[in-house]
Design a protein around this ligand. Structure first.
Ligand SMILES: C[S@@+](CC[C@H](N)C(=O)[O-])C[C@H]1O[C@@H](n2cnc3c(N)ncnc32)[C@H](O)[C@@H]1O
Length: 254
């Protein structure tokens, strides 16, 4: 049996369902702690892990302040058009070693609470380590998306360089259906009128059946990445790469 504990250092109550694989995938609702351990370093991380079913981008490449234009736009959107009073609750989806989450916590959203989700345990350990070394581990936490199902909703979600398969795109390894599934998950995790940022997608959000859930909330002069875009069959699109990466949830999908 899973024990029930309260997460003291998360101000937002975290009702999380833990999937216990040994129980045949039956989920249980628990309140759980998200541990934080320590580390350092700000350099580009370029390791990879083997791709498994349900995974998106296989590389863990990341860096501090990797998308300054995008993060700056997110900051401005929250300053001018906040969807709640007070600091936002942010999700760094495909968090890798925590550079994005720590960047957001220290440079763009100083009082925010941030959850980072990844599926690779060594990467998550490095992320917790990094948060602690940067003195933000009380408000930046990391969990394994394969072990923990998050029931909370976020004001902003950053899904950068994760809804893709790059380089060496392979439609069999990352079909459009997998992208759609990811967009659907993120749609459900966002609060009404929340913001979604998707840099470097392999497909267009507008081609999914969640397109009605989204409207453009801004644009970046330099475009939204360098990863080649594909149609729903996995054929490269003539436009090259994404120019849409800033979205706001419509009222249609609440
Ligand atoms: C290239 S890194 C992106 C890091 C960061 N978002 C950035 O843009 O710098 C992609 C990360 O997504 C993670 N990932 C892959 N599939 C995932 C999934 N289904 N759920 C959560 N994370 C996933 C990988 O383990 C990897 O660490």
């Amino acid at each position: 049996m899973l024990s029930t504990i309260f997460l003291a250092n998360l101000r937002i109550n975290s009702l999380i369902k833990v999937f216990n694989e040994s129980m045949g995938g039956i989920s249980q609702s628990v309140r759980t702690n998200v541990p934080a351990i320590a580390s350092t370093g700000t350099s580009l991380i370029a390791s990879t892990t083997a791709k498994r079913a349900g995974d998106f981008q296989y590389s863990h490449v990341t860096a501090m302040d990797r998308y300054p234009e995008l993060y700056g736009l997110a900051h401005d959107l929250w300053a001018k058009h906040p969807i709640a009073i007070g600091p936002p609750y942010l999700l760094s989806y495909g968090a890798s070693t925590g550079r994005e989450a720590v960047t957001l916590a220290t440079k763009y959203f100083n009082h925010s609470m941030i959850l980072g989700i990844d599926i690779d345990e060594p990467t998550l350990t490095a992320a917790r380590d990094f948060a602690q070394k940067n003195f933000v581990s009380e408000r930046v936490h990391f969990i394994n998306g394969k072990k923990v199902h998050v029931d909370e909703k976020f004001h902003m979600i950053f899904a950068n360089s994760v809804l893709c398969y790059h380089p060496n795109f392979n439609v069999k390894r990352f079909p459009f259906e997998a992208f759609t599934r990811g967009v659907g998950q993120l749609t459900r995790l966002l609060k009404p009128r929340g913001y979604l940022f998707v840099y470097n997608p392999s497909y267009r959000l507008w081609d999914t059946n969640f397109s009605k859930c989204w409207e453009r909330a801004g644009s970046l002069p330099g475009g939204c990445g360098f990863v080649p875009l594909h149609d729903t069959a996995g054929k490269p699109l003539p436009e090259g790469w994404s120019t849409d990466c800033v979205f706001q949830k419509t009222n249609t999908c609440e």
